[in-house]
Design a protein around this ligand. Structure first.
Ligand code: EPU
Length: 435
């Protein structure tokens, strides 16, 4: 296994380019299954989650070929309705296969993805949506089995306790585009990744109205064609680089950062003393304001609210900002696994219910830490860049799932980060692992 050694103290400066959005690319890969024809997908990030999804599509019967670094060609001429547990269990996003399989084959048999470290991630809303389209779902032997012989349009309300569901909306949409009749999805998620999926489905010939709103109207069609689609840039990756500039007191030109996708984030960065200015249509320049960092108050919410996927990174920033910051999770109330690791670096954070209370102005110090999920990994790297001394980050496979060449991009900006093999961990850290 690999680890990162991050040496803090260097300001990150220069220009970096954001890759395609993971959370747009994954359902879009699944959506190619809706047609027998070839689809060409561009701006696909180089991530292990994408490689898992490609593997699952191959297993289902698609031809999947990577044409170049960011372009993939997928031909799902003859596919089956089952996906294997060994692959599905590695990635929760494989639940996005339900919608396309139901739409095209009228049946699906997918292993349930199982537990997740960031919190409970039920699929009740996905199943409710499909049932409103006439599908019957049963759980057997850990699999969700769907019989959608009588698939037809219907009226779906997708609001849950935490608001809408992103991949649930994707599944409802992907089944509805091939369901005879009209479907109305109320309380649909309106994340930019859902908008991108809608655009891709339109490119395949789907009829969707209300794109970008909480109410989607779909008129089912008999058949869809292949398409060529370019995935949007990753707003979470963009936000992470903005925080990297602020936390190291540098200046980063983030190419591909779309300000229209980052409204709530920019608002909170403004409060936190971080200046984000536009430099052309898709480039944000991030740096500290001249009067320095300040505390911040964040509540994570569905889009257009502050994204949960940037909460851990904002927590790293608030550790070094003066004052008391409060970060409240409304999407995954327990998504604070980065906190105990930041405490090892000298941070002063307490958890009160679903909030992290951060007493800032801390001089973080490097420590051996464990990454527990994708965004926690990024947050620990950011904390390490601001810390004194070396931070050793283990279980970095979480990071490789969702950040395209993060360490390479940080190095290009002047970050002191090395990817090493576990055997290169200092003896003291290896010893700590054993005890
Ligand atoms: N929920 C339910 N029932 C459902 C589905 C969801 O109660 O049937 C709840 C969840 O437990 C959660 C909330 O609704 O509290 C929102 O969950 P949602 O379904 O929107 O999340 P998701 O679609 O599983 C996507 C992203 C996540 C991101 C969330 C929230 C993908 C592949 N994943 O997950 O990304 O955090 O939306 O924005 O799109 C990440 O990239 O690190 C990541 C975890």
């Amino acid at each position: 296994m690999e680890v990162f050694r991050v040496r803090g103290g260097s300001a990150l400066n220069g220009r970096t380019t954001v890759s395609g959005a993971k959370n747009a690319a994954l359902p879009i890969f699944a959506a190619t299954l809706l047609s027998e024809e070839t689809s060409i997908l561009e701006n696909i990030p180089n991530l292990s989650d994408i490689r898992f999804m490609a593997e699952i599509l191959r297993h289902i019967g698609s031809e999947v070929e990577q044409i170049d670094d960011t372009t993939w060609e997928i031909t799902p001429a003859a596919i089956e309705h089952r996906a294997p547990y060994e692959l599905v269990r590695k990635m929760r996003a494989s639940i996005c296969l339900l919608g396309p399989l139901v739409g095209r084959l009228r049946k699906a048999n997918i292993p349930l993805p199982g537990g997740c470290v960031i919190g409970q991630r039920p699929i009740d809303l996905h199943l409710k949506a499909l049932s409103k389209l006439g599908a019957k779902a049963t759980i057997r032997g850990g699999n969700v089995c769907i019989d959608a012989t009588d698939l037809r349009g219907g009226s779906i309300f997708l609001g849950g306790r935490q608001g809408s569901t992103v991949t649930g909306t994707a599944n409802a949409l992907m089944a509805a585009v091939l369901a005879p009749g009209f479907t109305r999805i109320e309380s649909a998620a309106c994340e930019p990744e859902i908008l991108d999926l809608c655009r891709m489905l339109q490119g395949m010939g789907a009829r969707i109205d209300g794109i970008g709103s909480h109410v989607l109207s779909i008129e089912g069609v008999d058949k869809l064609s292949g398409c060529r689609h370019k995935v949007i840039p990753d707003r979470i990756e963009a936000g992470t680089y903005c925080i990297a500039a602020a936390i190291t007191d540098g200046e980063i030109y983030v190419e591909g950062a779309r300000s229209e996708h980052l409204g709530a984030f920019a608002d909170k960065m403004d409060q936190a003393g971080v200046e984000l200015t536009s430099n052309g249509p898709n480039c944000l320049v991030a740096r500290r304001k001249s009067d320095g960092l300040r505390s911040l108050e964040i509540i994570t919410l569905p889009y257009p609210g502050f994204p949960t996927d940037l909460q851990a990174q904002a927590c790293a920033l608030s550790c070094i900002s003066p004052g008391l910051s409060i970060l409240t999770e409304r999407i995954y109330p327990n998504r604070f696994m980065h906190v105990p690791e930041m405490l090892r670096m000298g941070a002063n954070i307490s958890i009160e219910g679903s909030s992290a209370i951060v007493r800032g102005d801390t001089r973080l110090s490097g420590a051996p830490v464990m990454a527990s999920d994708l965004r926690a990994s990024a947050a620990l790297i950011l904390a390490g860049l601001a810390a004194q001394g070396d931070t050793w980050i283990q279980r970095i496979y979480h990071l490789d799932r969702g950040y395209d060449r993060f360490d390479e991009k940080l190095r290009m900006l002047g970050g002191d980060i090395e990817r090493l093999s576990e055997s290169e961990l200092p003896k003291s850290v290896q010893q700590e692992n054993i005890s």
